[in-house]
Write a protein that binds this ligand. Sequence first.
Ligand code: URA
Length: 237
Amino acid sequence: MEAQRLDKYISSQLAGVSRKDARELIRRGEVSVNGRTVREPEHKLCPSADSVVLGGKAVGYKQYLYIMLNKPAGVVCATRDRLSETVTELLPEELRREGLFPAGRLDKDSVGFVLITDDGALAHRLLSPKNHVPKTYFVRLRDPIDEKAAEDFLSGVTIDGGEKCLPAELRALSERECELTLREGKYHQIKRMFACRGNEVVYLKRISIGGAALDPSLSEGQARELTEDELLRLTKA
Ligand code: URA
């Protein structure tokens, strides 16, 4: 692994600590590397092997962060927005750092599992239409689900007179509620799939991405890091 400057390492791993703050902390003698106080911000270290301590607390190294957020309605899947609150703005202080972005989109009025990461390669793998990573949604509808919906969705419906959807699996839960698994993510796809049948989605929640399920103990607006197991499951169906 490439050596990194100490000031850069500290600001990249700690939320709210700028490069300038890091330099000041180092010059004040508050930082040690492998047990020895280091006062030079330009000191080079190996992030995966060296142990850095700031004010008595270890500054552990994480190359990437993987965060599960239970998105509430009214929040947009972006890092910045002029009008609305964004998913990255919801993150608690200890999970914030430069470079985080939502890997994929949910509509503003949809809720549920949003992955927030700074691992561009993983996000690309999850989002690439070629990879067909399944995403499952809980859907509540205005009217009863028509009898042919499951069969039609499974053979791939055409929406808005032209866009052909990949096969999608519908599992009815009640007259107006179902789980629907998509292997792609067209704009407003589920709403449009049901609108074509004269129905309307009144509530939409993403409950899993790949083989990783939304933690039911996370209430809306809450976030936590993914476990190792969830991270492995993410790209596996
Ligand atoms: N389909 C939709 O219509 N909206 C979403 O947010 C996700 C899938």
